[in-house]
Structure formats: C-alpha cells, structure tokens
Design a protein. Sequence first.
Length: 356
Amino acid sequence: MILIGHSIYAQQSGTSSGWYFTSYEFKNGTLKKYSNLMGTSSKMYDTISYKGAKGNMTINHSRYDDKTGKLLAGVTYKVVWTDPALVLFADQKTTMNFSLERISSTANWTPPNNSIQFNQGLYGIYYKSPDGNKYFSKNINTTLTIEKVIEKGRKGLKKNVQVNLGNGYMFTYHYEWRDGITTVPTEQPAVTTNKNAWHFTSYEFKNGSLKKYSNLMGTSSKMYDTISYKGVKGNMTITHDRYDVKTGKLLAGVTYQIVWSDPATLLLTGEKSSVNYSLKTIATKSWTAPNSSLHFNQGMYGIYFLSPDGKKYFTKDMSTTLTTEKVITEGSQGSKRFIQVNLGNGFMFTYNYEWR
C-alpha cells in the first residue's frame, strides 16, 4: 500500500482559535491477491483498484477464477465528498456532504463500510447521517454531521479527520490547534435532499502544461516559456517560467499554490453557495500569479464566487471563503450547469451539475 502526503500552507489572518487544516494523506488500497477457493485446491485472485481523486473516487473490487479468468464476484462503487472545513471550531458541530453509489455488482456484493471519523476522545467521534448511521454501504446522498461538538485543544496539538472509503482506501486530513491566528472560513450550509436541486455528476481537468518558443520583444533572440503543475484537485502548485534559449537564463517566472474545497454536492435554489479558497505565491521573479476565479454558468454572463470584500479575480495571497454573488436559480429536469475553477495559465477544473 502507498501513502501519498500533501502539505498545504494557507496564509491566515484574524483572531479565532481552532483546529487548523495543515495537510492530507492518501492511503492507496490497490492490490492483486491470490488465494484458494474455499474447500478446494483451485486458485482465485482479487483485484482492488480505483479511479478519480480526492473528493470523487470510484473503487472496484473483483474476484476471478485463476484458471478460467471467470469473474466470480465483484462490486464497483463511487464515493463523492466535500473536504472538511479548513478550521474546526471548539464547541461547534461541523458537517460534510457525502454520497455513495453502487455502480455495478456481481454475486450480490455490496460496497464495504464507509465512514468519516474525527479522533477526539478514546474511540473518536463520527460524522452521522440524519437518521443516525455512521457506517455506509448503501446508496446515500446527504449531509453528515459530527455526533459531538469539537473540543478545545492546546497549542501545537494534532488531530485528524479520516475518510474511510473501504477496501484499504483512506484520506486523512491533518489538523493542528492554533490560538487566535486566523479568520473563520465558514462552512457550507447543511443541505437537505428532499427537494429539487443541482446535483454534482462529474468533474473535468483542463491541463495547461506547455513549452512554447517565441522571440524576445524587438530582437531576433529566442526565449521559451514552460508551464507545469504539481498536485491534485483541491491543491495545485503551478509554475510559469520564461528562459533565454541561448543562455538558459531565467528571465521571469512565478510559482503559486491554490487550495480550494470542492463546491457542494447539491446546489439548492434560493440559497448562495460557498467554497474555501486560498492563494499563495511560492516564488517569483518579476511576475505575479495570473487571475484565478470561480464561476457558475447561471444567467447570460454567469455569476462569480466573491471574496468578503467583493473581489472575483485573485492574484495576491489570500485565504478566505468565497460566496456566489447571487442565489442559485432553479432549472428544468435534465438541464446542465457547471462551476469552473480557473487556476490561471490554462489550468481549470470544471464541476458538472444536473438538475434533478
């Protein structure tokens, strides 16, 4: 199994104490394992694999007869969730949107138990569905609420939220207690599932990576630009550098990191929607980060997610909650909309929605 760690450094300001998100890790359960068919000497093997990324994972567990290659049993299921809040505040409960869907099944296999746990107290506390369940193996699309309020910590103490997807897959969100140093990134409002809404269906990633040659302005000398990235959905570090071809000298460049929470799984009409968002300049030579923005294609020109001071384009370091400038309007059955997270330099994540 593989552990992949990602650190996030979000600049903060303000006076609130709380548990602050610092990084996350991915535990990869992918495997191929051989064993005997029960009561026989015949061999079988299990494969476990996944597609997707943080916040949207499709997992397959299949069992085959080794000799014939016949599929004996299996299940494919999809789990979609929003990141926990950037700050968990003491004496409050916190929520996460969560959905589980069984896509296909053989021999009546069902998804293994999924759960979300915060390591508070001796046994931890769980995020529960409105009907009180903390383990999920059937189709569900709802908001989970932590079963107890968050307790206070002391400076430097660590805790974590574990999103257990079954079959050995897990995302762990690490938190650290800090005393009065950041602004409150507000959580998304709890959603109910008993009314029509825009339902998240999929996302797409537009990769802006390139290497491009051109002339230095007013000369015949050549230069080239490279644009590249590291990271995954929700945490991307992008570099744009310009070099002199002849000397290899760096003429200009910027490296910046954008961290954001996925938009809600359900967008409810008559309400505004919010996401947590931060931009940090890692390194620069003459340049600043390009415009980044979040946009929902509602109306003729679309509506933007705005910062508390009303900005919709971001080039300077910041960490805050962005909220749509207008409330979400209703659609018609089967109509489509999307939210675009424009990271600059040609990189974009598009979250697709359908009215149901």
